[in-house]
Design a protein around this ligand. Structure first.
Ligand SMILES: NC(=O)c1ccc[n+]([C@@H]2O[C@H](COP(=O)([O-])OP(=O)(O)OC[C@H]3O[C@@H](n4cnc5c(N)ncnc54)[C@H](O)[C@@H]3O)[C@@H](O)[C@H]2O)c1
Length: 372
C-alpha cells in the first residue's frame, strides 16, 4: 500500500501462505536468489511487490551482506522479545522438541542466532541502509548475546521507531485508535470509514489510509478498523459513533479502544518512551495514572499489562476500551474517557519538555496541574 518493494523473511512457510491467502503478501519463494531477482525486477519496473522468503533471518541477512545486496530500509518483526518464540537456526521439528525438552538450551541457541541476525543489520546500517527497531526488543536481546549494540554515548546504534518517527505524533495525543462492530456486519465499518473521512478531510494521510484499508484489508474476526486519531478528534468521533448507534444507523454497539502502544499509557524504555528528552524513560507513574483515570472516567474495561511488545521486564502499559451503546449516559463517559486518555499523552510529553506538546497545551487550552 505504500508502493514499495518488500522482502519479508519468515522461517515458517505456512505463515507466508496464510498471508498470501489473506492478500497481505504477493509471492512466496524458498530460494533467496529468486527473491532478490524478483526484488530487482519489481524495482526496475517501478512496481510495488511484497515477497515472502522462507528462511531464517540469522542466515538470510548475513548472506545479503556477504553478497553486497543492500536494502534502502531495514527493520525487524521476528518474535525476538521472547527467546522461546524466536526461531534459532536449525531444523524446525528438532527445535520444537528442544523447546519442550530443554528450554535453556533453546534460549541459548536463540541468542546465538540473534547475534548473527543483529550483526548483519548493523552491517547494513554501516553501508548506508536506514535502520530502525520496530519494537520487538531485538537490540536488547542482541546485547544479551554479546553484540556491541551501543554508541559510546550509551544510545543504541540504531533508533527505535518511536524516537525516530512517532514522538511528534505522541506529543499531539495521537496514536492507534480503533473500533470493532459488535453486529459483525462489515457495512457498519464502511459507514464509520465514511464518517471519519467526512469529519477530518484535511488529514490527507488519514484519508489515504482509510481508502486503502477499505479496499485492501480483509476483516479477520469481528469487522474492525484502526487509524491514528489525536486529542479532540477521538472524543468528537466517539460521540458521533454513539449518535449513529442511537439512531439505528449502525446495527449494534461499537467497541472503541486503542493500542497499548499509545501516547500516554506506557513506560517502555526500549520502545514508546525510549530516549525521552528529560530521561524519564522508565517512569511508570504515567501508565498507572492512565489506568486509574480511565477507570474513574467510565471506560467499559481497563487493563494493566507487563511486557507489551518488548517482553516481560521491559515495559508497563495500560489498556482502555469503551463501548458506544447509543445511550445518552454513554455520551458523557465517551467524552471524558476519549478526552483524558490522549490528553494524558500530551501532559506526559509536556512534562518531559517537548515543544510540540507545549504548543498543543496552548492551542487546545489543556489544563495541566504543573502549569499553575
Ligand atoms: N511496533 C509495533 O507496533 C508492533 C506491532 C506488532 C508487533 N510488534 C513486535 O513484533 C514482534 C512480532 O510480533 P507478531 O505479532 O508479528 O508475532 P508473530 O509471532 O505473529 O510473528 C513473528 C514471526 O517471526 C517468525 N520468526 C521467528 N524467528 C525467526 C527467525 N529467526 N527468522 C525468520 N523468522 C522468524 C515466526 O515464525 C513468526 O511467524 C513482537 O516482538 C511484537 O512485540 C511490534
Amino acid at each position: 500500500m505504500n508502493e514499495a518493494v518488500i522482502l519479508d523473511v519468515e522461517v515458517r512457510p505456512e505463515r507466508i501462505e496464510k498471508k498470501i491467502k489473506q492478500g497481505y503478501c504477493d509471492r512466496m519463494t524458498f530460494d533467496i536468489e529468486e527473491a532478490v531477482r524478483w526484488v530487482n525486477e519489481a524495482k526496475d519496473k517501478g512496481q510495488p511487490l511484497s515477497i515472502g522468503l522462507v528462511g531464517n533471518a540469522g542466515q538470510t541477512h548475513p548472506w545479503l551482506v556477504e553478497k553486497g545486496i543492500l536494502p534502502d530500509i531495514v527493520t525487524d518483526q521476528t518474535s525476538a522479545h521472547s527467546l522461546l518464540d524466536y526461531v534459532p537456526l536449525g531444523d524446525l521439528e528438532e527445535l520444537a522438541e528442544l523447546r519442550e525438552s530443554n528450554p535453556k538450551d533453546y534460549t541459548k541457541r536463540s541468542l546465538d542466532t540473534i547475534a548473527r541476525h543483529a550483526e548483519a543489520i548493523l552491517a547494513m546500517q554501516k553501508q548506508g541502509a536506514v535502520v530502525f527497531d520496530y519494537g520487538n526488543n531485538l537490540r536488547a536481546q542482541a546485547e544479551l548475546a554479546g553484540v556491541d549494540m551501543r554508541l559510546p554515548t550509551g544510545e543504541f546504534k540504531y533508533p527505535g521507531f518511536v524516537p525516530a518517527y512517532m514522538r511528534p505524533l505522541f506529543c499531539e495525543g495521537r496514536g492507534p485508535f480503533r473500533w470493532a462492530a459488535l453486529s459483525g456486519d462489515a457495512n457498519d465499518i464502511e459507514r464509520l470509514d465514511r464518517l471519519v473521512v467526512e469529519m477530518f478531510p484535511e488529514n490527507r494521510a488519514l484519508v489515504r489510509w482509510i481508502e486503502l484499508a477499505g479496499k485492501n484489508i480483509p476483516h479477520l474476526g469481528l469487522p474492525a478498523r484502526v487509524c491514528w486519531l489525536g486529542y479532540g478528534e477521538r472524543a468528537e468521533f466517539g460521540l458521533r459513533i454513539n449518535d449513529l448507534v442511537r439512531q439505528g444507523k449502525i446495527k449494534a454497539p461499537i467497541v472503541i479502544g486503542r493500542d497499548h502502544l499509545d501516547c500516554g499509557s506506557v513506560a517502555s524504555p526500549n520502545r514508546e518512551t525510549e530516549g525521552m528528552l528529560d530521561g524519564s524513560d522508565a517512569i511508570a507513574d504515567w501508565p498507572l495514572l492512565n489506568f486509574a483515570l480511565n477507570a474513574v472516567n467510565g471506560a467499559s474495561w481497563v487493563s494493566f499489562h507487563h511486557g507489551g511488545g518488548v517482553g516481560i521486564g521491559y515495559s508497563l502499559h495500560a489498556g482502555m476500551v469503551i463501548v458506544a451503546d447509543g445511550s445518552v449516559e454513554r455520551d458523557a463517559r465517551l467524552e471524558r474517557v476519549l478526552t483524558v486518555d490522549p490528553g494524558l499523552g500530551i501532559a506526559r510529553h509536556y512534562d518531559a519538555g517537548y515543544e510540540r506538546a507545549k504548543q498543543m497545551v496552548e492551542e487546545k487550552n489543556i489544563l495541566i496541574d504543573s502549569m499553575k
